[in-house]
Write a protein that binds this ligand. Sequence first.
Ligand code: F6P
Length: 319
Amino acid sequence: MKKIGVLTSGGDSPGMNAAIRAVVRKGIYHNLEVYGVKNGYQGLMEGNIVKMDLGSVGDIIQRGGTILFSARSEEFKTDEGQERAIEQMKKLGIDGLIVIGGDGSFRGAQKLTEKGYPCIGVPGTIDNDISGTDFTIGFDTSLNTIIEAVDKIRDTATSHERTYIIEVMGRDAGDLALWSGLAGGAESILIPEKKEDFSEIIDRLKRGHERGKKHSIILLAEGVGSGFDYGDRIEAETKLETRVTVLGYIQRGGSPSATDRVLASRLGARAVELLLKNQGGRMVGIQNNKLVDHAFDEVFTRDHSINEEMYQLSKELSI
Ligand code: F6P
């Protein structure tokens, strides 16, 4: 292994830059040439590839987004697209690739590995929806952004004695809603992994109101459905004034937290170590604060699951 590439793919997440920095610096530390691929797999197919040096990743550890840009490419899912990408890597003599992104991005990485180009996946997404790692890069920062918003909304909820539904991202996963709901003291948390009885939510709101509680916060994961639909139903059934806030893309940006910077640095560096050992087709992760790696196949076949103990606790603390 003499030359390696690195790209970011799928939705950006805070800490991706710290991961890129770790890959570049760790690679150079081990006398590798490191190439940055712009615009994810799209850029790989188009040969949008630049040589990185130590300075090219200076002053980025604190920046959100990704200096390599990101994209979701349909063309890369085809055999022709993958062959085009391989041609570009051959031209530059790139022997292995590190892909920072979510599990959709790892499917592309697996295809390249099967075609003879070893790839290592680094989990980067705010959703925390990847099995084989306790945390993904960006989740912690996103959580802190959500909590800041929840605290602000709580002020208005209290002043106006309203019920607020706060819809957060997460695709099909409920981690952002569960963790921010617990940290933000939400009355109810609605996540796709758990079928919540709607009448139970209504009963809890009514019970709270009867004992003098003037406001309520509900955290809703986007995977459950539209916050506005839930808002209409809740207002109709409780007769309590209800408002909805969809937090949207503010959850994806911003300077990464210290936790995300450290995680990104550790995972990026470990990915380089795996390539140096000529391993491919694996994802690096963190479990019980230990670095681990798993075959992509394992990552794809096991579903990421929520923390049951935390879910139960959130219910007990919001009686
Ligand atoms: O995967 C990250 C994420 O922000 C999800 O939470 C959300 O469902 C999706 O990406 C939005 O994707 P896009 O950036 O394509 O709108």
